[in-house]
Design a protein around this ligand. Structure first.
Ligand code: GAR
Length: 212
């Protein structure tokens, strides 16, 4: 009998909140005949709601902080863990803390983030979650959307990998924008994660392309 060994594409997901994007990734990977798998979930919060999503899935969770302290593991140790696990891609799916440089340097072009607006507008420090949608609403912006980009040392600054827009000209509240954008996020993020796992994200002409 010939055994075919398939190398799994290993993903670590960082979360801070409810984890709907994490769920979207897991759902998509399970529907699709994919060699990609989420092998750990990391949060900055001890009782992160997103952890509940992986409770029954045998996916380990870790809580990270700058230093080792009760209930937390330092970023330095998380880095060792991610290296040990041979992680191919780190996905920030609603992770609201800044990723320290030690991780960014080790995982250059291997960390991606989803942002709930069309970067480079409405990004930067303090621009997360509903803050983004409030700013978009207050400016009377008519189109918003989701952006997936590489993470570098500056907030929301890395090269853009994918974007999807949506008409928000008729909305009454920032919450309504959040709802519409989230729907897009749940399509776009799993799509991009799959492209990475299939080696279909390439850099050419100083731009990023997703191959068919
Ligand atoms: C998402 O809307 C994501 O784009 C946003 O946090 C939310 C997390 O939702 N991220 C940022 O604002 C990062 N700057 P989720 O926990 O349900 O996936």
């Amino acid at each position: 009998m010939v055994k075919i060994l398939v190398k799994m594409y290993k993903i670590a997901v960082f979360v801070s909140g409810r984890g709907s994007n994490l769920k979207a990734i897991l759902d998509r990977l399970s529907q699709f005949e994919s060699t990609a798998e989420v092998v750990c979930v990391i949060s900055d919060k001890i009782e992160c709601s997103a952890f509940k999503i992986v409770e029954s899935k045998n996916i380990p969770t870790y809580t990270v902080s700058q230093n080792d302290e009760k209930g937390f593991i330092s970023y330095a140790k998380i880095l060792l863990l991610l290296e040990d696990l041979d992680i191919d891609l780190i996905v920030l799916a609603g992770y609201l803390k800044k990723i320290p440089n030690i991780l960014i340097e080790k995982f250059e072009k291997k960390i991606i983030n989803i942002h709930p607006a069309l970067l480079p507008a409405f990004g930067g420090k303090g621009m997360y979650g509903l803050n983004v949608h409030k700013a978009v609403f207050d400016k009377s912006v008519q189109v918003s959307g989701a952006t997936i980009h590489f993470v570098d040392k500056v907030y929301d600054n890395g090269k853009i990998i994918a974007q999807k827009s949506i008409d928000i000209s008729d909305v009454d509240s920032p919450e309504q924008i959040a709802e519409r954008v989230l729907e897009i996020e749940h399509q776009l993020l799993p799509e991009v994660v799959l492209k990475f796992s299939e080696n279909k994200v390439v850099e050419k002409n100083n731009r990023i392309y997703l191959l068919n």
